[in-house]
Design a protein around this ligand. Structure first.
Ligand code: GLP
Length: 240
């Protein structure tokens, strides 16, 4: 795992945006894996600026989001559909038909998961996947467990994740207890992975990630088995 430490959040976001932009410039029809959470917002802002300045064109790009709460309506302002539209898709020119986000409003989640995985495979995997990391080491919504699921699946959120994400909801009771998420195998099919970590709240997990072997109780350590992962973090999230 390559590690890039940046002075602050802005520099981390810009560094990630430069790598993301190079991917699109080299391959305009790239398949990009996108993440939610507060960490990638700066990256999305930088990309939107590059688009505005005419430096970047998303017209041939295809995107797959990592996860979505379940059940949740697309219009719910806490859904990842809403988040992605607010923070990214409304600001750039990714064609609507090329956007994939697991459907949190489906009444057949098992079929949704199966079709989502099939669709990733139809595109022969993701060229560049952006990831954040949960304080408990989750990636997407792959929570710490004895056994990790390879493919897109419905998962129960851990109490730690429900508490961490409750900051975005009016009350903790409104946080969905389940999600649809790409599995570890879906993520590992990506050709390149950019893992972002920012702020002192991530220091402990980043330290664990870098010092541990592969441990299903820290799902992000699975990335150590991938040949092309870059961790970009700010100084607050990294301890020398
Ligand atoms: C959520 C998302 C993850 C994200 C994590 C960290 O649980 N499912 O994909 O990485 O939050 O979020 P933040 O960047 O806000 O710390």
């Amino acid at each position: 795992m390559r590690v890039i430490v940046c002075d602050n959040y802005e520099k981390m976001s810009y560094e990630a945006a430069r790598i993301f932009a190079s991917q699109i410039i080299i391959k305009p029809n790239s398949v990009l894996g996108l993440a939610t959470g507060s960490t990638p917002i700066g990256l999305y802002n930088c990309l939107a600026k590059m688009y505005e300045n005419g430096e970047l064109d998303f017209s041939e790009v295809t995107t797959f989001n990592l996860d979505e709460y379940y059940p949740i309506a697309h219009e719910n302002d806490q859904s990842y559909h809403y988040f992605m539209n607010e923070n990214f898709f409304s600001k750039v020119n990714v064609p609507e038909d090329n956007i994939h986000i697991p459907d949190g409003s489906t009444d057949n989640p098992a079929l949704e998961c199966k079709n989502y995985e099939k669709e990733i495979d139809r595109y022969r995997g993701i060229d560049l996947q952006i990831l954040g990391i949960g304080q408990n080491g989750h990636i997407g919504f792959n929570e710490p467990a004895e056994i990790l699921e390879p493919n897109t699946h419905v998962t129960d959120l851990t109490q730690n994740t429900i508490e961490a994400n409750s900051r975005f909801f009016e009350s903790i009771d409104l946080v969905p207890t389940k999600a649809i998420t790409m599995g570890i195998g879906s993520i590992m099919k990506s050709k390149k992975i950019l893992l972002l970590a920012s702020g002192s709240g991530k220091k402990e997990i980043v330290k664990k990630l870098l010092s541990s072997g592969i441990d299903t109780n820290i799902p992000a350590t699975m990335l150590k088995a991938h040949p092309d992962v870059t961790l970009i973090c700010d100084r607050e999230a990294y301890e020398d």
